[in-house]
Ligand binder design. Structure first.
Ligand SMILES: C[S@@+](CC[C@H](N)C(=O)[O-])C[C@H]1O[C@@H](n2cnc3c(N)ncnc32)[C@H](O)[C@@H]1O
Length: 236
C-alpha cells in the first residue's frame, strides 16, 4: 500500500530516510512493524539460500580481538552482536545506519557492550567524532541495496577512511554462473524487489572506486558465483 507522504514527513521512523529506502525497501527495512518480524537469523538464512554462516564468517574471520571496526549498516539476526563480541572490550565497534528503526534494533542488540557505538549516519559521509583510525571497515550486503551513484560514494568514502595497513571488507552479491538455478530466481527477485542489485553482476567492486589502482582487491566467490567477499588493502 502506498504511504501518505504528508504523514510520512512527520513520522520519526521516516524522518531523514533516503528516498530509495522508502520507495523501494519500505517494508523490508523502514516500516517498524515489518522490521520486528524480519529481524531474525532465519530470515538472513533463507534470503542467502543457507549460505549465511559462511558469508558471515568471511567477515568475522577478518576481525581480531582489540581491533577498531566500523560496520557500515545494520544486518538482521545476530551478526552485529557476534562482530562486537569478536572485537571485545579492548577494541572499538562502530555501527552506522540511516534508518531509525534499524538503529533501535542495533542499540538493543549491543546494549551493555560499552566498546560499541550505534551512530545515525549515511555510510557515504560518516566521520567518527573521535577520529578513529579503523583497522577494519565492513560493508555487509549494503552495496546491492543502494543506487549506483551511492555505490560510488560509499566505496570511495570507505577507502578514503582506510588507513594504510587496514582492511576494507565487502560481502555482497556477484554474477552467478549461467548454470546456477539461483541466477534465475534472483533475476526475478531483482526485477521486483532489488532494482539496484544487478549492476554488481556486471561490475567489479573495484570499478566503484575512483582510485582503485592504489589498492589490492582480493576476491573470493561463493555458491557458484552468487556471492563475493572482497578484501581491499592499500598497495604497499
Ligand atoms: C546492510 S543492508 C542489508 C543486509 C541484509 N540483507 C539483512 O538481512 O539485514 C540493510 C541496511 O542498510 C541500511 N542502509 C541503507 N542505505 C544506507 C546508507 N546509505 N548508509 C547506511 N546504511 C544504509 C538500511 O537502513 C538497512 O538497515
Amino acid at each position: 500500500m502506498t504511504k501518505n507522504h504528508a504523514s510520512l514527513a512527520i513520522d520519526p521512523y521516516y524522518d531523514g530516510v533516503p528516498a530509495y529506502m522508502t520507495e523501494v525497501y519500505d517494508w523490508a527495512y523502514v516500516d517498524p512493524k515489518w522490521v520486528r518480524v524480519l529481524d531474525h537469523n532465519l530470515v538472513v538464512r533463507v534470503q542467502l539460500f543457507l549460505n549465511d554462516q559462511r558469508l558471515i564468517r568471511s567477515y568475522l574471520n577478518e576481525i581480531k580481538e582489540g581491533m577498531r571496526v566500523w560496520q557500515l549498516a545494520h544486518v538482521y539476526g545476530d551478526l552485529v552482536t557476534r562482530a562486537a563480541h569478536r572485537v571485545g572490550p579492548n577494541g572499538v565497534f562502530h555501527l552506522t545506519d540511516v534508518t531509525p528503526i534499524q538503529l533501535e534494533h542495533a542499540q538493543r542488540k549491543l546494549a551493555g557492550l560499552d566498546w560499541t557505538k550505534v551512530i545515525r549516519s549515511d555510510a557515504a559521509s560518516f566521520n567518527s567524532e573521535e577520529h578513529v583510525d579503523y583497522d577494519l571497515i565492513c560493508s555487509f550486503f549494503l552495496l546491492h541495496e543502494v543506487p549506483d551513484e551511492k555505490k560510488f560514494e560509499i566505496v570511495d568514502h570507505m577507502l578514503q577512511k582506510l588507513p594504510k595497513g587496514s582492511k576494507a571488507v565487502f560481502v555482497d552479491y556477484h554474477n552467478p554462473s549461467k548454470w546456477h538455478p539461483v541466477r534465475y530466481i534472483l533475476k526475478l527477485v531483482n526485477r521486483y524487489l532489488e532494482p539496484f542489485s544487478e549492476t554488481l553482476w556486471k561490475n567489479e567492486l573495484s570499478s566503484y572506486a575512483s582510485q582503485a589502482e592504489r589498492f589490492t582487491w582480493r576476491k573470493r566467490t561463493f555458491f557458484g558465483g552468487v556471492y563475493q567477499c572482497v578484501v581491499v588493502e592499500h598497495k604497499s
